[in-house]
Design a protein around this ligand. Structure first.
Ligand code: ZN
Length: 293
């Protein structure tokens, strides 16, 4: 511990390696959590209709069954499950049937590792870094699920909000967030939800369409609970800016019609992560630049 505290580069390297392993676990969460929820919903719907529960064969959760190749069902052995390395060694293909394995898996592992190393490097060893790593892992999982399924599950967003609020009990005045001050995070959680809810209702009133989901409000509330209300305008601005650029690029590239849903969650998550690491600097630079500071 003292070693990690004394050597920032060592801490960043260790965090990066841990990030690879956590990224591997987040792949499982991203892939399986929506399927687990769908099973639950089907069982509930059947119960509501008085039908027998659908037969779904065997337990299915984050640990059971072992990972299998989606094409040939071959079980993935431990040695083939080393983050990034296995994917590269196997040339991005299943060892048994040579079916291609999505590059998303090593990308999630690599992105998590880089994000973990950056957090460790910028915060240094301590409570802030540990909390920031937890926040980062949640954001990766939420981003992956929203990209794949246009879904931000309550089972992730609600605990994330509570952990942010509870962590702020340990806030020390004058120290960087997380944890932010309790007063700021409580206001952040409430105003984050309320603001996007209001935008959603106004947008619906004017256009008759639904531009966001309730998951977006909850995620924004959780971001307020982690960073404090002061960071919310910056998060929204960053998310909108990146979202607009990517959205236009995607429309241009694929000639998708307007109205194809583009999930907002990944932009909120990315913006929140940037705001956590550099938010105070960006705000200070802006105030100086605009002469307000
Ligand atoms: Zn296979």
């Amino acid at each position: 511990m003292a070693l990690l505290a004394a050597h920032p580069a060592l801490f960043a390297a260790v965090a990066g390696l841990v990030g690879l392993a956590i990224g591997s676990f987040l792949n499982v969460v991203i892939h399986r959590l929506p399927l687990m929820l769908e099973r639950q919903w089907r069982a509930q719907a059947a119960e509501l209709d008085g039908r027998p529960a659908p037969a779904e064969g065997g337990p299915y959760n984050l640990l059971v069954p072992r990972s299998r190749c989606p094409a040939c069902q071959a079980q993935i052995r431990g040695i083939q499950n080393v983050p990034v390395v296995s994917w590269l060694a196997l040339g991005g293909r299943c060892a048994a049937c040579r079916a291609p394995i999505s590059i998303r898996y090593p990308l999630v592992e690599l992105a998590t590792a880089v994000a973990f190393a950056a957090v460790a490097w910028l915060f240094g060893f301590g409570l802030s870094a540990m909390l920031a790593l937890v926040f980062t892992a949640y954001l990766v999982a939420l981003t992956g699920i929203d990209v794949n399924r246009q879904l931000l599950p309550d089972i992730l967003t609600i605990p994330l909000l509570w952990v942010g609020l509870l962590a702020s009990l340990w806030h020390v005045d004058g120290q960087a967030a997380p944890p932010a001050a309790l007063r700021d995070t409580v206001i952040g959680a409430a105003s984050g939800y309320a603001f996007l809810w209001l935008v959603f209702q106004l947008f619906k009133l004017v256009t008759g369409k639904e531009g966001m989901g309730y998951g977006d409000f909850k995620l924004f509330a959780a971001i307020g609970a982690w960073l404090g209300w002061q960071m919310l305008p910056l998060v929204l601005l960053l998310a909108a800016a990146v979202g607009a650029v990517v959205g236009v690029a995607m429309l241009a590239a694929s000639r998708l019609g307007r109205g194809v849903p583009i999930p907002f969650g990944p932009y909120l998550a990315g913006a929140a992560w940037i705001a956590m690491l550099w938010g105070p600097d960006i705000v200070a630079a802006y105030l100086e630049f605009s002469g307000l500071g």
